[in-house]
Design a binder for this molecule. Structure first.
Ligand code: NDP
Length: 327
């Protein structure tokens, strides 16, 4: 059985990505074969496609950290041909062949059922970025912060994690402050539910150890000085969920927000999250994510366009979420 896939191969210059024709026999080991219908472009996919960070740990590699599709064959007790499934993370596109392909062979334990209320295309419009956004929101709620305590700031607002986080937080009644480097996206961000839009320059430069208390909570997909400033401006007993590094992996902060204001920094990882956390996250998305807002933040491309989209996401040029239609 032949199918199209994006393949990243090692070259003398580093690595290169191209569209190839592969056979199912060339897929890696796993107990479930899935006919992939949709994947997405996440920030990490941009890193894998371009080689700008060592995301790909084995060459050649099919990138694509997530997919939705239908089980073609299975020797795993939980899955039967025809089941609609979703997969996020677990090293796909890094150590295991990923979603930019007509077929994927994976471990059945990594799969979750296609969440109720969503089509395969919508599940990938959410994708790993959206699922990480909901994990961040859940982390804040479990910490105990609530809309009555004050506003929430979302950094990288016009990106994938940011867009979904804004929609989810607004739905739960939060006053959302969206931080963006794209002032032209003000109306888009307000449409998702942002109450205020601020220039990311207010947060992206080196700041003071403690600043004016502006928000009780934050969802940060940016890292570096931005995260340091978000922490420095968080109100007493507030919390910030840190899930990304679009500005940088460093954290040039001081301990002042932690020891003087009792601020909590909550780490969010989606890749190795347990199945129960995944199911909780998807159930929350089914309950709280307005599908018209999801449509407003989604663009769709063909597999052939994925390599260019990888460059674009790293340049901060993709808005919201980008679905890759495979089938
Ligand atoms: P996107 O590129 O869609 O969003 C990132 C946004 O960050 C951009 O749209 C831009 O928003 C902002 N940004 C980009 N560059 C800079 C910069 N130099 N300084 C300040 N802001 C910047 O990526 P995703 O939403 O897919 O991912 C966001 C982050 O979350 C990534 O770092 C990704 O690796 C991480 N992530 C982590 C996961 C986990 O498991 N922890 C899972 C998924 C993602 P704007 O134009 O509005 O300023």
């Amino acid at each position: 059985m032949q199918f199209k896939a994006i393949l990243v191969e090692k070259t003398d210059a580093g690595q290169s990505a191209s569209l190839k024709e592969l056979s199912v026999d060339s897929l890696m080991e796993g107990d479930v074969l899935v006919r992939v219908s949709h994947s997405t472009v996440n920030y990490k996919d941009g890193l894998a496609l371009t080689g700008k960070a060592p995301v790909v740990r084995r060459f050649p590699m099919i990138p694509g950290i997530d997919f939705s599709g239908v089980v073609e064959s299975s020797s795993h007790a939980d899955w039967r041909p025809g089941d609609a499934v979703v997969l996020n993370g677990w090293g796909m596109g890094e150590t295991h062949f990923g979603g930019y392909a007509g077929y994927a062979r994976v471990k059945g334990d990594w799969l979750v059922p296609l969440p109720r209320n969503f089509t395969p295309a919508q599940a990938m419009a959410i994708g790993t970025a959206g699922y990480t956004a909901v994990l961040s929101v859940i982390a804040l709620e479990k910490h105990g912060v609530a809309p009555a305590d004050g506003p929430v700031v979302v950094t990288g607002a016009a990106g994938g994690v940011g867009s979904v986080a804004i929609a989810l937080l607004a739905k739960r009644g939060w006053h959302v402050i969206a931080s963006t480097g794209r002032p032209q996206e003000k109306a888009y961000l307000e449409g998702l539910g942002a109450a205020e839009v601020i220039d990311r320059k207010e947060l992206s430069e080196k700041g003071r150890p403690l600043g004016k208390e502006r928000w009780i909570a934050g969802v940060d997909g940016v890292g570096s000085h931005t995260l340091a400033n978000v922490l420095a401006m968080t109100k007493y007993r507030g919390a910030v969920a840190a899930c990304g590094l679009a500005q940088g992996m460093d954290l040039p902060a001081s301990v002042a927000p932690f020891i003087l204001r009792g601020v909590a920094l909550l780490g969010v990882d989606s890749v190795m999250a347990s199945k129960s956390r995944r199911i909780e996250a998807w159930e929350r998305l089914a309950r709280d994510l307005d599908t018209s807002k999801l449509a407003a933040m989604t663009s769709t491309i063909r597999l052939e366009e994925t390599i260019g989209a990888g460059e674009a996401i790293l340049a901060g040029k993709l808005r919201g979420r980008t679905v890759v239609r495979i089938a």
